[in-house]
Design a protein around this ligand. Structure first.
Ligand SMILES: [Zn+2]
Length: 440
């Protein structure tokens, strides 16, 4: 039995040999020598000789798959801050402590007006549409950013601390969540047709009429004493209406949708998830919420803030973004710029060849070249870049030439000199330009 050979007072060598013999047996860990031998070497360095009672227990825990080998090595390598039996709770607490510290640090950075995670801006402000700082429905400024995706432990902690709300794994359009009325924005107006097979949609249309008749009849009867109340209601651009319904301590939103109504059915009243009650209870309360919404509608006009939940802003921003990032027009603009510059340099080289400085060195880097040019007042560099074989070459002086009385002219003269060094016959430069033009 391995218990006899992996026991307090036995030598490391004996215990580890027993361990190796017992792997891949019923009830023990699966292992290969390729994986196991380096681990045993590590253990040989870390265990005491002869092994202690605690070490023996830990080895048997790993052998019988009660704990991982990695845990045992972590315990030994961390110099056994606590007993093996307490190590797991200890490590868990340590991780919690780390999590808390990181969250505290993010809190501190938020309080100082910094991004909680980054020292630099990942995206400039213009990258995002400027959406409303107050809720487009209710006007509250009490909102939280929505974090999408599978949350990390850190994001979960931030959500617990109330810095973000978790938006689930499906990436949505909405960036902000209103704490007062559960609205999120920006959102696209819902004007799409209901999806599904035609027969199914016909069934839904019929069902919507039945359901609406049922709810209307309930709304006709006098209100029950403990009914919820509609606090406020908002109309949306897509003609849907949201009702904020209060059950005393708890609130929910009922959304009136017109998807089936547009196809000849009736409006549907859809309450949000009632997280505080059981399934049966929530069915009863959902019906009540829909009934009070219908009754409210008969006597009140929903508020209209006419902000379209910021969708217009998002679209305008997107249009501008698309225009700015249109690669084709961007490239064309640059090609034209380079051609203009090259024509200017050619003119200069022809008009005042005597004023061109002398090129004292030329070096090639892959497709590009670097020149050193000597003026009476000093030496400056010129870089020549070729972006593609079909585009005009670009010469750029790397010095600001402020020591010259006309820095801009000096830069152009330096570039012209470099061009002349590359095309000793200016007609070749003309030909290069012509070729680039034809390719366009
Ligand atoms: Zn709101």
């Amino acid at each position: 039995m391995p218990e006899e050979r992996i026991a307090a007072g036995n030598s490391i060598g004996g215990a580890l040999t027993a361990f190796r013999e017992r792997v891949n047996q019923p009830g023990t860990i699966f292992s290969t020598d390729h994986w196991l031998l380096p681990k045993l070497d590590q253990l040989r360095q870390l265990l005491t000789n002869p092994i202690t009672q605690e070490e023996a227990e830990a080895l048997l825990d790993v052998l019988y798959q009660r704990h991982w080998m990695a845990d045992l090595i972590a315990w030994l390598e961390s110099r056994r801050p606590v007993n093996w039996a307490d190590f797991f709770i200890y490590r868990e607490n340590l991780a919690k402590e780390e999590l808390r510290k990181r969250a505290d640090e993010r809190d501190r950075r938020r309080a100082a007006g910094l991004d909680p995670d980054f020292n630099f801006k990942l995206f400039p402000d213009e990258y995002f549409p400027k959406i409303s700082d107050i809720c487009p429905d209710c006007g509250s400024s009490h909102w939280k950013p929505i974090a999408y995706g599978l949350p990390t432990e850190d994001t979960e902690e931030d959500a617990r601390r109330g810095h973000v709300v978790l938006g689930g794994c499906m990436l949505g359009d909405a960036k902000r969540y209103c704490v007062a009325c559960f609205n999120s924005w920006p959102t696209k107006p819902d004007v799409s047709k209901p999806a599904g097979r035609p027969e199914w949609i016909q069934q839904q249309i019929a069902d919507s009429r039945v359901e609406y008749a049922h709810l209307s009849a309930l709304a006709d009867s006098p209100p029950a004493p403990e009914e919820p109340v509609v606090e406020r209601a908002w109309a949306r651009i897509d003609r849907s209406v949201r009702f904020l319904v209060s059950f005393g301590d708890n609130k929910t939103i009922v959304t009136k949708n017109l998807g089936y109504f547009r196809l000849g059915g009736a409006p549907t009243y859809n309450p949000g998830f009632l997280s505080w009650c059981t399934y049966d209870e929530s069915r009863r309360l959902s019906t009540l919420a829909a009934v009070v919404a219908i009754r409210f509608e008969r006597t009140h006009q929903p508020e209209r803030h006419n902000l379209y939940n910021d969708w217009g802003k998002v679209q305008a921003h997107q249009r501008e973004f698309d225009r700015d990032s249109n690669e084709e027009s961007f490239c064309r603009e640059w090609v034209q710029k380079r051609r203009k510059k090259l024509i200017e340099l050619l003119k200069l080289a022809r008009a005042i060849p005597e004023r061109l400085p002398s090129v004292i060195s030329t070096r090639s880097f892959d497709r590009d070249k670097k020149f050193l040019v000597r003026f009476p007042w000093g030496i400056v560099g010129v870089e020549r870049q070729r972006f593609s074989l079909l585009e005009p070459l670009e010469y750029r002086c790397t010095s600001s030439c402020t020591r010259d009385e006309d820095p801009e002219l000096a830069q152009n003269l330096a570039c012209a000199a470099a061009m002349l060094a590359e095309f000793p016959r200016l007609e070749d430069a003309d030909r290069h330009l012509l070729r680039a033009k034809e390719a366009e």
